[in-house]
Design a protein around this ligand. Structure first.
Ligand code: CAA
Length: 271
């Protein structure tokens, strides 16, 4: 699917059930279909990808949240029917049209995954602010973010296997990295719901706060993140992202390289 290079208009975002507010270095994305508990559609995911691809360079913090008392009820259950949702054919429709053309379906899922992948980019820090349920695709969206701030009302559930599917919106890797493969198997294959206190114990939440304090806690976190110089933040996130794949020696080398660049920049600016 071709990458969209123009930023979505407010109308396009609204049609996809999304809100976007950019204020200087901070972008706030709101899942905004509260009557369906912010259920997510293919169009929502491809518009999320478009937001990521067209984000102004100055943005370095992205906050993702849901309108109302539920972060997201996951995939819109209409996506499991044949026909169109939001003017786009559902995956089942694509398969029914041409059962042999799995490549088209794979491209569609890859386009959906783009909506989640960009949140790991080194030039931004992504924060999920989760209130109420984050189910299936909603849980995977929260897992795509660097930092999860949970209200004490948060309820996380990887429901896909219970529906005969697998989690395919890039959530399995961060889940295993955070909780370990054994716990991930237990969570996914029981499809049970984890409350905020357990989420914190399992390292699925970086911060848990009283529901009434969710917005102020996120604002405080954003202020702390903005207080760190942007270039140093980016270079540090790049290092942290490669740490688990590198052996110690390689990582130490990467630290030296990154620090030389930082020191050179400091000397350059102090001249
Ligand atoms: N898709 C479409 N509509 C949904 C929805 C969903 N995922 N979740 C809720 N809604 C709708 C309900 O049908 C209901 O609509 P009406 O008012 O027209 O009846 C409305 O939202 C409110 O729902 P509830 O009354 O159930 O709200 P609640 O606050 O009591 O419960 C909830 C909220 C716990 C999220 C519950 O609605 C629920 O369990 N929803 C289904 C969750 C689900 O199974 N999601 C799929 C996850 S798997 C996934 O995401 C798959 C993937 O990636 C492949």
């Amino acid at each position: 699917m071709a990458q969209q290079t123009t930023a979505p208009t407010e109308e396009e975002l609204a049609a996809a059930g999304l809100g976007l507010a950019i204020d200087g270095e901070v972008a706030r994305i709101t899942l905004s279909r509260p009557r369906r508990r912010n259920a997510m559609t293919g169009r929502m995911w491809t518009e999320l990808a478009r937001i990521g691809h067209t984000l102004p360079d100055r943005v370095r913090i992205v906050v993702v949240t849901g309108e109302g008392p539920t972060f997201s009820s996951g995939i819109d259950l209409d996506m499991f029917r044949s026909g169109d949702v939001d003017g786009e054919p559902t995956p089942l429709t694509l398969l029914a049209r041409d059962p042999g053309d799995t490549a088209a379906l794979e491209r569609t899922i890859a386009a959906y995954q783009e909506g989640f992948l960009w949140l790991r980019r080194a030039d931004i820090v992504s924060v999920a602010a989760v209130r109420g349920h984050a189910i299936g695709a909603g849980f995977q969206l929260a897992l795509s973010c660097d930092i999860r701030v949970l209200s004490d009302t948060a309820r996380l559930c990887m429901k896909e296997p219970a529906l005969g599917l697998v989690p395919d919106l890039t959530g399995t890797k961060p889940l295993v990295e955070l909780v370990g493969v054994n716990r991930a198997v237990e969570l996914c294959l029981t499809a049970r719901t984890v409350d905020a206190a357990e989420a914190e114990r399992l390292r699925l939440a970086e911060r848990v706060v009283a529901d009434a304090e969710l917005e102020s806690a996120v604002d405080d976190l954003v202020a702390q993140l903005l207080a760190v110089p942007a270039d140093a933040a980016r270079a540090t996130k790049e290092l942290l992202l490669q740490a688990e794949h590198n052996d110690l020696e390689t990582q130490a080398g990467a630290e030296r390289t990154a620090q030389l660049a930082r020191l050179a920049a400091m000397v350059g600016t102090s001249r």
